[in-house]
Design a protein around this ligand. Sequence first.
Ligand SMILES: NC(=O)c1ccc[n+]([C@@H]2O[C@H](COP(=O)([O-])OP(=O)(O)OC[C@H]3O[C@@H](n4cnc5c(N)ncnc54)[C@H](O)[C@@H]3O)[C@@H](O)[C@H]2O)c1
Length: 434
Amino acid sequence: MQKRLISKKEAKVGIIGLGYVGLPLALEIARAGFKVIGIDIDKKRVAMINRGISFISDVDSKELKYFVSRDRIKSSTSYAKLRDCDIIIICVPTPININKEPDLSAVVECTHGIRNYLKKGQLIILKSTTYPETTEGVILPILKSSGLKVGKDFFLAFCPERIDPGNKKYGIANTPVVVGGVTKNCTRMATLFYRQFVNSVFPVSSPKVAEMTKLLENTFRNVNIALVNEFAQLCERIGGIDIWEVIDAAKTKPFGYMPFYPGPGVGGHCIPIDPYYLSWKAREYDFHTAFIELSARINEEMPYFVVNKIIDALGKSGRCSGQAKILLLGMAFKKDISDLRHSPSLKVYQILKARVQKVLYNDPYIPELRDDNKIIRSVALTAKLLKKMDAVVILTNHSKYDYDFIARHSRLIIDTRNAVKKQNRKVVKLGLGR
Ligand SMILES: NC(=O)c1ccc[n+]([C@@H]2O[C@H](COP(=O)([O-])OP(=O)(O)OC[C@H]3O[C@@H](n4cnc5c(N)ncnc54)[C@H](O)[C@@H]3O)[C@@H](O)[C@H]2O)c1
């Protein structure tokens, strides 16, 4: 019954959490022909979606409006809508608390919401990134308390999310999906569902394996960024070696090497967070994840390293840092997107403002941001402004920036992304000591 509904695309899909993961997923599933009901606790987001207005840069409002107007995407704050769903996908946040411990409260809360409306034949998929054993150890017990049997009455799987916001080459449909069900039937059901809108599905033997796969992918990225950040610091210490040139040379090797780039730190909702989920879980097994701790230490140090570099560059160019006016370019955590979460640019902003007279910012994707209780607005990037600044710091290398223009009109540039290609004495690059 359930299988037929899925293959005929008549199954109704509920998505809980309509953010960077949930909203693009809703659109992709609607494109494949399913009806989607989105649930979110954020009333504003729900209202915007129901008017066909997107707040995620990868989701086109026109297309969203198209599906909303044809009743293929609806959104609500009420969990009662899950009663109508055959498939429910959980895409809520999995942050860490101030002690860097997992905070699964949103996952637990929405699982209780699902349990209240759990019915025979439903397939539940967890997408939120988490530590191994969450699906079977946290979600399953709540759903089982309904009296329904997993693998028989309802199906449960973990399918990690791999979305890369801003990536024009790889989207949901052409990025393979890993599927780990609690039972074989659960894996079969989730695999069948994903085959309707994703080109390649890779089933694994359990949710634990799928959960660990996601953490391996993100920790791999975190560790490699830390490695190259350490190399960048070493290049500065030695002097005369440009880390960017070294990476360009290393990546000519066609096997066994993959380029990662230095920068002011790591940001977003995944790379700085997910490894902590694993290190927290590892401690339960008397295991210390040395690579995770070490890479966190290096990556979290980078904003401080960059600020010292700015102060140093000001001094070398004869400016007094205490009276300096600095312009930061790019506050999003990576290029061409508007995501500010855990952005290292914010950290640089916070550390720097205590050490110089004034810090301004420009980001074409972020018109304003909150600093304590104040709203700070992005300033217009004009030749006049650039000339007035004691230093301009490139933190995120958005493609929209005209780097020649910036280089022409600035007095001093600290470039943490190797964005300014025409080098001259006023450009101070991260990863190149003089
Ligand atoms: N953003 C990414 O690039 C990315 C990539 C891979 C994995 N992930 C993982 O996916 C999950 C979701 O991330 P995101 O970036 O989409 O987060 P997000 O903050 O952009 O969106 C989450 C949404 O869930 C809603 N929400 C919170 N609690 C809720 C609840 N109890 N019930 C209903 N809705 C609730 C929020 O209002 C928000 O709209 C996280 O676990 C994250 O680690 C994110």
